[in-house]
Design a protein around this ligand. Sequence first.
Ligand code: GLN
Length: 452
Amino acid sequence: VDGDAEHGVHAFLHVNTEQALAVAAEVDGRRARGGSDAADLHELAGVPIAVKDLIVTIGQPTTAGSKILQGWHSPYDATVVKKLRAARMPILGKTNLDEFAMGSSTEHSAYGPTRNPWDLDRIPGGSGGGSAAAVAAFEAPLALGTDTGGSIRQPGAVTGTVGVKPTYGGVSRYGAIAMASSLDQIGPVSRTVLDSALLHELIGGHDPYDSTSLTDPSTGLVAAARIGNVKGLRIGVVQELGGEGYQAGVLARFNESLDLLRDAGAQIVEVSCPNFVYALGAYYLIMPSEASSNLAKFDGVRFGLRTLPADGAMTIERVMASTRAAGFGDEVKRRIILGTYALSAGYYDAYYGSAQKVRTLIQRDFDAAFAHADVLISPTAPTTAFKLGEKLDNPLAMYLNDVATIPANMAGVPGLSLPGGLADEDGLPIGIQLLAPAREDARLYRVGAVLE
Ligand code: GLN
């Protein structure tokens, strides 16, 4: 795939036509033969899917959007990929992302940015901008993403697609290159709520290869998406997510969604989650801390790139240092430094320890809110898609995109973003976010189907 491909969108880093066509042909053959051959096929058999290039696949490279893994091939499939193959879904290719999933615009990819199909001068969100753009541009009907602080939902919001972060532990992380292990979840990207439910149900379930995998994962997702009924349901508007810092056109469409739910018989209530305002700050201590540890394995010995010191003076430390200096981009280095600092002796309690306490407070806010509401609602992102380059030199402005999505990761609860129409001022898509208690993912689909 080169930069001119895909009409300038550049959603894919690698395309896998031969393998995908072979799977499609097999499914066609079984359907033509009929009988049990056809009847045994999964509902999604033959439906092509794009996979975020943070998820490992046999037979295709996995780069994590980083130079350090250029040309690396995984010797095994992620559990979710195994499930796609078992369901006979042709895997179209691997989609672009911010390096190691660090970013909100896909501009931090070492292989060039992905562009938003709605306007090629604008970002498709991140880190999973490739998966969202592939679906929005009708290059793939379904995609897989990963969401550590919003990387499925925020790209969904700014590209007008549906994206879901499942309950933590609901979908196996085995084979998703870890960014922040206590926050990461794999989830679906699609054009409709029902499509996400179908994919979510396929990839979900207990996996002995993931020690944080739930033994009793969420069920009834597809059934809930088909019912789509909010009569009598209490939907809580989170006071802290909305208002200042949110674009007027985003809020206008968001309020229309509330009217729609009210008309459909839901009871709209106000809930307050006062500690959500600290979520972003705590996230940018916990996430880099875990990432700095997870990324230690890219040492120039075990995976991918090895850059030898220019002067030829070779010690193991110098090989590691020159490899990591050449292989990692600026954003990754920034976070490794931040994380290493936060975890260092003497600072651990002040930074990492405090952030973990904030995390507990956020979980308690959710518990209190869910005592009054069955589902919570907010805009997914404060603005519509911004222009490429606009926030590249200002990490803090980039980080602010995730204010509304991060609390769900901090508490492990599921979240769904779906299109809420176009903002008046720029004609670009806005996203509505639904949040439910852990293991109650089905509620997201039940409400999402009504809003669609
Ligand atoms: N944009 C957020 C970050 O940069 C979230 C990333 C993610 O969910 N992978 O950390």
